[in-house]
Design a protein around this ligand. Structure first.
Ligand code: ADP
Length: 258
């Protein structure tokens, strides 16, 4: 048994947080996910890689309840997200936060208000308490001085930092990251990835990421799932997937993106 602190698993039994069982999704004639099953344990960082159109974003959007599966079940923390009635789905959905490619901030609200809005409306938190939490998070993402600014007054990197603070303000158990740097100018990418790497290392939040930033994936992931045509064709540690992939499709994909 290893005593290396970087490879020793956390104490206690692992707790499964996300479970997809036989999930299928079609858009018209296009079968995007085909009997997909996978699990993510609490506190783990899992990255989904694979060619464009292989269904990765659809998986995150289902967890956010922005899409629904045609068949199969999705559970979070042992509770059904699909199939489930609307009331249960709204409850389970509170455990999930997402950062989108295009930030999706509320343009007519200040930075502070962007971060406080959901805790007030969805969690019923008082404005004062939500503002206190939001200021702590804006400090964490390096934007304490910008709380009164509008999103349009910020750079893309700053807007994405606000979006990260906004997602964390709900204290989700699972944070979904969907290509969060692909809309940024190249010089702003590293700062956002460093922030997310810090959050991955210093918190116990579970992360499910879709990214083409393979160095970031290698740095933060406990597990990498390689998708092709709506199925996981290979899964393993980043060391294994990036250095010694089993599957020809994985080798081709990594050859094209690395
Ligand atoms: P990835 O994230 O791996 O690039 P996506 O999950 O975004 O893949 O998309 C998978 C497939 O589903 C693509 O062929 C895409 O065009 C299609 N798709 C995604 N969303 C919709 C939608 N709302 N309506 C129709 N087709 C969609």
């Amino acid at each position: 048994m290893s005593t290396d602190p970087t490879t020793t698993p956390p104490a206690g039994p692992s707790t499964e947080l996300v479970r997809f069982t036989d999930v299928s999704k079609r858009f018209g004639e296009n079968t995007v996910l085909d009997d997909l099953s996978f699990t993510v344990d609490a506190g783990r960082h899992v990255t989904l890689i694979g060619p464009s159109g292989s269904g990765k974003t659809t998986i995150l959007r289902m967890l956010m309840t922005l899409e629904r599966p045609d068949s199969g079940t999705i559970e979070v923390g042992g509770r059904r997200l699909f199939p489930a009635d609307e009331r249960q789905r709204r409850e389970v959905r509170k455990d999930i936060g997402m950062v989108f490619q295009q930030f999706n901030l509320f343009p007519n609200m200040s930075v502070l208000r962007n971060v406080t809005e959901a805790p007030v409306r969805v969690l019923g938190m008082s404005r004062d308490e939500a503002a206190e939490r939001a200021r702590g998070l804006l400090d964490l993402v390096g934007l304490a001085a910008k709380e009164d600014a509008r999103p349009s007054q910020l750079s893309g990197g700053q807007q994405q930092r606000v979006a990260i603070a906004r997602a964390l303000a709900m204290r989700p158990k699972v944070l979904l990251l969907d290509e969060v740097t692909s809309a940024l100018d190249p010089e702003l990418v590293a700062g956002v990835l460093d922030l997310l790497t810090d959050i991955a290392r210093t918190t116990d939040i579970t992360m499910v990421c879709v990214t083409h930033e393979m160095n970031f994936a290698r740095d933060i992931s406990d597990e990498v799932l390689m998708f092709d045509s709506g199925r996981v064709i290979e899964a393993g540690s980043p060391e294994k997937i990036f250095s010694d992939p089993e599957h020809e499709r994985t080798r081709e994909f990594l050859g094209a993106v690395l």
